[in-house]
Each structure stands twice: as C-alpha cells, then as structure tokens.
Design a protein around this ligand. Sequence first.
Ligand code: GLP
Length: 250
Amino acid sequence: MKIIRATEYNDMSRKAANIISAQVILYPDSVLGLATGSTPLGVYRQLVDWFRKGDIDFSKVHSVNLDEYVGLAPEHPQSYHYYMNENFFRHINIKPENTNVPNGLAEDIDAECARYDKLIADLGGIDLQLLGIGHTGHIGFNEPDQDFDKMTHKVKLNQKTIEANARFFNSVDEVPKYAITMGIKAIMQAKKILLVANGEGKAEILDRALFGPVAPAVPASILQLHPDVTVVADEAALSVIQKNHPEALM
Ligand code: GLP
C-alpha cells in the first residue's frame, strides 16, 4: 500500500486526479470504478478541467459506480445517478451508455444486483476503483459487520451513515434507509484501488482502516489485503497515522 500525503483538499484532489488521468492516458479504454460523497468532488472537478484543456479523452472509458440509494429516481438531486451526471459525466465526453450506476428503482433488487455483477464481469473487471471512506469505515455502502465475501447486494444503512448523509437532504427522515452497493468482494476484485480522504473527521478511522486489525468492524481494513492500493489523503486526515505510524508516510 502506498500512502501519498497531500497538504490540503485541493492538493489531495489534484494528486488523485493525476493518478486517474495517467490511467486513462495509458489505457484509454479503462473501466473506472467511481465513488460519490463530498471527498471525490474535487477530483472530478480537476478531471473536468483537464478534459476541457484537451488533456484527457474519456470517449472509450467505461464507468461503474459503487452504489445507489434504494428508492431514489435517477433525477432525484440526492441520487448518485444525479450526482455523477451533475459533477462529472455531463462535463466530459464519456458516452452515457458507457456509464453505469445501480438502479435504485429496480423492482427486483436481487436481479439488479446480479445484473450489475455480470455487467462488471462482462467489461473485464474494474481497472481502477476510486473510493472514499465513511465515518464508520465503510467503503461504498458496506457498513461495519457485514461479510467480506459479498458481491453487489442490498444493505440497510447504519444510523451514523444516515445522519452523516442527512446534510444533503431536507431532513434526516428523507434519507433512504437502504442502498445497493458493490460488496467488499466485488471491490477487492478491482485491479487497482485509489482511496481518497480529507479532513480531521477521517483521521481516526483512516488509522484504524490502514493499520488496525483486518476485520468486518472496519470494512475498509480489508484493503490492507489488496495488492495495489494507493491512498491519497491530506495532512488533517493523516494526523493520527502521523502520530502512530510516522514511518508509513512519505
Ligand atoms: C457515502 C458513500 C461512500 C462515501 C462516504 C463518505 O456514504 N456511499 O461511497 O465514501 O459517503 O462520504 P464523504 O466523502 O462525503 O465523507
């Protein structure tokens, strides 16, 4: 695992965007695994900027998003479909038919999960998976204490996650209680993983995820077992690691 230290949010965003950009320049037909949340927003902004300058071409890229709320239509401003279109897809030249987000309105959620796993397999797997980390240590929507061997599945959101995400909704009651997420097993099958984190609020959980025991209590801890993980985090998010494992920081 490589840990890349960034000074602050914009620096984290640029460094992570550089890694994605290199992937797409080297392999224009890459399959990118994409994430939502507030952390990757700057990464998408930077990639859009480089696209506008003519530095990156997404015309052959396929994308696969990690998760989606159950019950939100793609047009709902808090759906992850909407987030991806607004913050990334509509600003670049990726083909809409090459973008994939789980369908939170599917009547048969289990069939939708199976379809999603098949779609990823048919694309030849994910070349580079971008991840944020939740306050509970979740990746995608894989909350603590779930099995590590799950592919795409439906999850009940943890109360802490619902409260953390309530800031995007009018009230906590509007936050969906369920989501579809790629499971830990599906995420671990990505060839490369790029995890981004910023701010003091992530410092404790980042330390537990990267240096604590590998256990379902901290879902992101499984990444310690992946052969190709790069973490790009700012000083604030690295502050506990800086204290406990200074030798790990470059
Ligand atoms: C959500 C998403 C995760 C994301 C996490 C952290 O719950 N499903 O993919 O990593 O929030 O979000 P943020 O980056 O806003 O802290």
